[in-house]
Design a protein. Structure first.
Length: 154
C-alpha cells in the first residue's frame, strides 16, 4: 500500500531498461571454475556485456544455449562429456547466427580457418585473455546510440 492507502506501482527506469535491451548476453563454457570466473570478471567490466550463464561442459553449454539464446558463446576446447568442437557444431545447428569463440590453451593448434567448419568464428588462446574483450566486441557490434534514438522517434 502506498502512502495514500492505495497500491503503489513503480515504473521501471526507462534508461536502465534501454541499457538492458542494448546489452549482449554471453554464455561461457569451461570445465575450470577458475577460468569461468576470470573470463566472467573480464567481460562484466563492460556495461554492454551480460553473462547469461556458465556451463561446465559442452553438453551443458548446448542445453543452456537452447534455453537462454545468448548473443555469443565462449567454449573451451578440452571439456568432458562433449568437447568444444562437438558443442560448437551442435550450437551452430540450433543457433546458426550466434558467434562462437573457441577459448583454448591450444590456440596455435587450430586456426580460425580450420575451426570454421565446426561453426567456430574465432579461436582465442587463453594466453591472450587480455584481448578477449576486443574479440567479443568484434563479433558483437553494439547498436549505435544515434540509431537507437532515431528508431525510438519512429
Amino acid at each position: 500500500m502506498g502512502f495514500c492507502g492505495s497500491p503503489c506501482y513503480f515504473m521501471e527506469d526507462p534508461m536502465s531498461q534501454r541499457a538492458e535491451e542494448m546489452s549482449k548476453s554471453i554464455l561461457i563454457a569451461d570445465d575450470s571454475e577458475e577460468v569461468r570466473r576470470h573470463v566472467s570478471r573480464i567481460l562484466r567490466s563492460n556495461l554492454d556485456f551480460e553473462i547469461c550463464a556458465e556451463a561446465v561442459n559442452g553438453q551443458d553449454a548446448v542445453a543452456k544455449a537452447r534455453e537462454l539464446r545468448p548473443d555469443l558463446v565462449i567454449l573451451d576446447l578440452g571439456m568432458p562429456v562433449m568437447n568444444g568442437l562437438e558443442a560448437a557444431r551442435e550450437l551452430k545447428r540450433i543457433l546458426p547466427l550466434v558467434p562462437i569463440i573457441l577459448f583454448t590453451l591450444h590456440g596455435q593448434i587450430l586456426s580460425d580457418a580450420e575451426a570454421r567448419p565446426f561453426g567456430i568464428d574465432r579461436v582465442v588462446a587463453k594466453s591472450d585473455i587480455s584481448q578477449l574483450n576486443d574479440h567479443v566486441r568484434s563479433l558483437l557490434p553494439l547498436a549505435d546510440p544515434d540509431e537507437v534514438r532515431s528508431e525510438d522517434a519512429n
